[in-house]
Design a protein around this ligand. Structure first.
Ligand code: AMP
Length: 399
């Protein structure tokens, strides 16, 4: 069984060909600068330890996907003889709105639903839809499955997802909390539950900390709250996103600085977060180096970053009436022992007893970072969003 997983952005495209049952990865890569001069494709065949970067014109996603297919079937470094070996295609779709609480087989009605949700994710959904349409054109007859970033969070109760706005903003405009990174939260909380020995009841907090970041509360396998909102801007401080702020600050800054809507949006999404406070970079590693060198703004950014995540951990422990496990994932969560330690500092009252030595070691795979006597188990669990997409696709096409 081979599933092609496609994650289309507006000018980029990530892909993986993998076995959904074993997780074996046959090929993966990335096309960048689609529709822009200087486009290139990275391709990797891990079994052969083979990597190549091809500079090739990709005016649209169609050329990019054609290039991906030619690489996968290349007689020299490809991994399959023909596209017939691909069983189905799984697509990451950012926004499923309220209609899509699970992954779905794409048909005309689903395409209509995806188009309708584009309003909620104007930067992402149109690119995801384009990826599906292009694959339908390039591989007619193959099943395409849409896997949503928002779906896992659809189990949130109304008191968690509603904003205290006039009710018609929800009923007429669909303004509510949706949450994102759902495939990651689903995967990591699922692994944690298994590592806990599949107890009948479980209270798990997942901290997905990458360039974008979100925290979720998963009670008995179901998401009951998450930090991102209508858009990925809400929640913790991120690489370049501000996270939670007073909404009145947006109008104040916009008016004082005379910014357009687009400029204000860019200020909040692209110039804030670690980049905004630290000032030199949005990258956690650069912030950590700055802090070690005594840069006051790096030190502040680091403290703020941990403070805001810790706040969510406390909030979600309160909402679930306790916590059995806290999981760290994403580029920062998996790699920065310093951030993990700072986040957990002061949470001893919850029953967290971190093994500082284990936490500071770099280890591959799933690792328990808390002491055996810790009431709360702290995990580092590498996320695998593509595997969730491949598994869902496999399940749906086999139904
Ligand atoms: P992601 O979006 O999941 O790829 O994560 C990207 C973030 O992970 C960036 O902020 C990186 O600085 C951070 N990151 C990657 N490796 C490390 C590391 N060894 N220590 C600290 N942060 C890291």
């Amino acid at each position: 069984m081979k599933i092609l997983v496609i994650n289309c952005g507006s000018s980029s495209l990530k892909y993986q060909l993998l076995n959904p049952q074993t997780g074996e990865l046959f090929a993966k890569g990335l096309c960048e600068r689609i529709g822009i001069e200087g486009s290139k494709m990275e391709y990797e065949n891990p079994a052969k330890d083979f990597e190549i970067t091809l500079e090739h014109a990709m005016p649209t996603h169609k050329e990019a996907l054609n290039l991906v297919i030619s690489a996968i079937v290349n007689p020299e470094y490809g991994v399959i003889k023909s596209v017939e070996e691909i069983d189905a295609i799984g697509h990451r779709v950012v926004h499923g709105g309220e209609e899509f609480a699970t992954s779905v087989l794409v048909d005309d009605a689903v395409m209509g639903g995806l188009e309708a949700n584009s309003e909620l994710a104007p930067l992402h959904n149109p690119a995801n839809i384009l990826g599906i349409k292009t694959m339908q054109e390039l591989m007619p007859g193959k099943a395409n499955v849409a896997v949503f970033d928002t779906a896992f969070h659809q189990t949130m109760p109304a008191e968690a997802y509603m904003y205290a706005l006039p009710y018609e903003d929800y009923t007429e405009l669909k303004v509510r909390k949706y949450g994102f990174h759902g495939t990651s939260h689903k995967f990591v909380s699922g692994v944690a539950q298994e590592l806990l020995g599949n107890p009948a009841e479980s209270k798990i907090i997942v901290c997905h900390l990458g360039n974008g970041g979100s925290i979720s509360a998963v009670k008995n396998g179901k998401c009951i709250d998450t930090s991102m909102g209508l858009t990925p801007l809400q929640g913790i401080m991120m690489g370049t996103r501000c996270g939670d702020i007073d909404p009145a600050a947006v109008l104040f800054i916009k008016n004082k600085r005379g910014l357009s809507d687009k400029e204000m949006d860019a200020r909040l999404n692209k110039q804030s977060g670690i980049l905004g406070v630290f000032g030199k970079s949005s990258d956690c590693r650069d912030m950590e180096i700055g802090a070690v060198e005594g840069d006051a703004r790096a030190l502040l950014a680091e403290e703020m970053f941990a403070y805001k995540i810790r706040g969510y951990v406390g909030n979600y422990a309160a909402q679930m009436g306790g916590v059995d496990a806290i999981c760290f994932t994403g580029g920062i969560g998996e790699n920065s022992g310093k951030v993990r330690a700072m986040v957990l500092k002061g949470l001893e009252f919850l029953g967290v007893d971190l093994d500082e030595e284990l936490n500071s070691k770099r280890q591959k795979g799933n690792v328990v970072l808390s002491k055996p006597e810790s009431k709360v188990t702290v995990f580092k669990i590498p996320t695998n969003e593509e595997l969730v997409i491949a598994r869902d696709t496999y399940e749906i096409v086999n139904k």
